[in-house]
Ligand binder design. Structure first.
Ligand code: AMP
Ligand code: ZN
Length: 482
């Protein structure tokens, strides 16, 4: 399989460390608020990569962390060492402890992932009833549960001479890594401009690009809410060390793929790579792969903090099915910028409904895979995850003159990667009991009012299986016969 490697600045053939197995680490959500459409994009893209690797026959060993401490706010959203801890701010806003904020928003991540058919890192669909209490077994380590591992790695980095300590923090000395700025190609002096304000906070900091490994509970952070004991005093870890500790603890000192949004390239991933070199004397990651942004109409990056109402429940409330959103995001290649608009999302919904209608017409005959189409589909996945092409092949297949049963079997095979619930599209031939439809609509209305989206989706699916498409419009639910 070929992917675009940010370090190679080129599309390269993926050659895993262990033949037949791909190890993959995905920078996960910072759980101080719900996921917005940009985060959802990242996770849909990497879910497609995960599923594509499995489809192509690889065994996938995957980890996605949960950041529940130490991710600081910053003007440019690139993460700064001396901003405010995002969890702390939200905890003050909501009047509860940071851990309660984290737990609450982890639960929303689980709900959104489930609704969007985003597989857990261990390859399973997240079961109904799963909460933050049980996520570790599904491949989601939490930063706050890996503090000891972080301390151990920091000790290694320190032992190898890559750090220095001030009254406020333990820093990574970036001048010790020759090719520190390999991602951006910038000279270190150029980087100074971007991070200048931080020097004013800690006058002992040597180079503006040096970054915090351990922040002490002093000065600005005297009131920081979550703290641990460490060889450098009571405090909390820097954001970048979290990912290094969790990836190495769970995937080893050399692994294949590390994913994240392009916002992570200049700082977070640059620093993760430096930490790997500081701790082990060599980089840990073979391929750094990044997704482009989802942006607003004015080209600005959509972010959680800017309250852009692109959270899944908002979009569902506007009448979109989670599968419309999944289809929208997966059909655009991961390195293409998406300018979010309702019109585009509506276009995706229409395209998806057209696909489901065609599948309904296919009936439910059994059939065999069509090798010519499977091959083309595989080729498009292997070709740097060319999903716009993969979707075009799906449509070509649906329009083809092959046996209906064979088309259906092949579509369902593709859905192992697409994850669009194409197997749930089936319509009963027989009629529907008098009053049943009205009853289901009223139950669904109540579920929506109670914000029980799972139940409302289930009811929508039940009506679908009875032959009706339910649409949410400003005037309420509208039903059409399929
Ligand atoms: P966060 O929860 O902010 O730590 O972000 C989680 C993931 O979403 C990271 O991999 C980010 O790079 C990615 N991400 C955040 N905002 C966007 C956006 N507007 N477009 C695409 N990816 C994003
Ligand atoms: Zn990360």
């Amino acid at each position: 399989m070929k992917l675009y490697s940010t370090l190679d600045k080129d599309i390269v053939e993926i050659q895993p460390v262990k033949t037949g197995q791909v190890s993959m680490y995905s920078c996960g959500p910072t759980v101080y608020y719900r996921m917005q459409i940009g985060n959802i994009r990242a996770y849909v893209n990497w879910d497609i990569l995960h599923r594509a690797l499995m489809y192509l026959g690889y065994e996938v060993k995957r980890v996605m962390n949960i950041t529940d401490v130490g991710h600081m706010t910053s003007e440019d959203d690139f993460g700064s060492d001396f901003g405010e801890d995002k969890l702390d701010i939200q905890s003050q806003k909501e009047g509860v402890q940071p851990i309660d904020i984290a737990n609450k928003y982890i639960d929303t991540v689980i709900e959104d992932f489930r609704a969007l058919n985003i597989l857990a890192p261990n390859g399973e669909l997240l079961p109904v009833g799963l909460t933050h209490l049980d996520i570790q077994k599904y491949g989601f380590p939490r930063a706050t549960e890996y503090i000891q591992e972080m301390i151990e790695i920091i000790k290694k980095i320190e032992g190898n001479g890559y750090t220095y300590e001030t009254d406020q923090a333990l820093y990574f000395d970036v001048t010790k890594v020759d090719d520190y700025n390999i991602f951006t190609g910038q000279a270190l002096e150029e980087k100074e401009v971007g991070v200048r304000e931080e020097v004013e906070v800690d006058p002992e900091k040597k180079h503006p690009a040096d970054f915090v490994l351990w922040m002490k509970k002093v000065g600005k952070y005297e009131k920081h809410l979550m703290n641990w004991d460490s060889p450098w005093g009571v405090g909390f870890p820097g954001w970048h060390i979290e990912c290094t500790a969790m990836s190495v603890a769970l995937l080893g000192e050399s692994f294949d793929i590390h994913t994240g949004g392009i916002d992570h390239i200049p700082v977070h991933h640059t620093n993760e790579r430096a930490q790997n070199i500081g701790a082990f004397g060599h980089p840990a990651v073979k391929y750094w792969i990044h997704n482009e942004w989802v942006v607003n109409k004015d080209d600005s990056k959509i972010s959680k903090s800017k309250g852009t109402k692109t959270y899944l429940p908002n979009l569902v409330g506007m009448g979109f099915d989670p599968m419309d959103i999944r289809y929208y995001l997966l059909s655009i290649n991961y390195r293409t910028k998406i300018q979010f608009s309702h019109e585009a999302l509506e276009g995706a919904r229409n395209a998806r409904i057209a696909i489901t209608r065609r599948i309904t017409e296919l009936g439910s005959e059994n059939g065999n895979l069509l090798p010519e189409f499977v091959l083309k589909f595989k080729d498009s996945l292997e070709d740097n995850l060319n999903m716009s092409k993969a979707v075009a092949i799906l449509n070509e297949l649906l329009r083809s003159n092959n046996q209906k049963g064979d088309i259906l079997a092949t579509v369902l095979d593709f859905d192992r990667v697409l994850g669009l619930d194409l197997d749930k599209v089936s319509v009963k031939e027989e009629g529907i009991e008098d009053g049943r439809l009205e009853e289901l609509l009223s139950l669904r209305e109540k579920a929506k009012i109670a914000k029980d989206y799972q139940e409302s989706d289930r009811l929508r699916d039940e009506m679908y299986s009875l032959g009706f498409i339910v649409k949410d419009t400003p005037e309420g639910q509208k039903v059409e016969r399929i």
